[in-house]
Ligand binder design. Structure first.
Ligand code: CU
Length: 195
């Protein structure tokens, strides 16, 4: 009888101590809008299993979230090279002065496939290319998502996915650190994740 009591107490403790930790560990959080200028993702790349979710925690204002599939070979540079050359460096490290956010940018992946067509502004103040887009989250009338909002999205297919802020200024203009407001989610087959 005493052993049974200890056994039950042990089970209850195990559920309380281990259960919640296991649940929290399943959904990686990407902070959406941190770093220099509040225009970076942190971390800017995560790997999950198919059928698992990522939580985008929106920090600060002005952000919209869009997700597009890209070829698995796609690097950070493959995306940035379609944005960066259109900006003029005002001073060493200061790249955000004369970037042209009104022009049309065609963003291609590691295989040269068109991923995001930004269109021009006007008429597109927000990047709104629906082709192959998996997720598009904005506030009312394409306005900004309220700061403090967490958007959780479950990835049902394996592959590599580009996550951008669909605010033209945030995506197209590099920060003083030379970063842009985009990142990647890698989705691997169930239980193939190595970490
Ligand atoms: Cu943003």
């Amino acid at each position: 009888m005493k052993n049974l009591k200890i056994f039950i107490i042990a089970i209850v403790l195990a559920v309380f101590l281990v259960g919640p930790v296991a649940v929290w560990a399943q959904v990686p959080v990407i902070q959406f809008g941190v770093g220099s200028g509040g225009h970076e993702l942190s971390p800017d790349e995560v790997t999950i299993n198919k059928g698992e979710a990522v939580a985008f925690q929106v920090v600060g204002g002005g952000h919209r979230i869009a997700v597009y599939p890209v070829h698995e070979s796609t690097t950070w540079e493959d995306i940035a090279e379609d944005l960066f050359p259109n900006c003029v460096e005002l001073a060493p490290g200061d790249l955000d002065g004369l970037c042209d956010v009104t022009s049309r940018y065609l963003v291609t992946d590691g295989q040269g496939k068109l991923i995001v067509d930004t269109g021009t502004n006007p008429p597109f103040p927000v990047i709104n290319d629906p082709t192959d887009r998996l997720l598009f989250v904005t506030g009312l009338n394409n306005g900004a998502i309220a700061a403090g909002t967490t958007v959780q999205y479950t990835f049902e297919k394996t592959g590599r996915f580009l996550v951008i802020c669909a605010n033209r200024g945030h995506f197209l203009i590099p920060t003083v650190d030379g970063k842009f407001m985009f990142g990647f989610v890698n989705v691997v087959g169930t239980n193939a994740k190595t970490e």
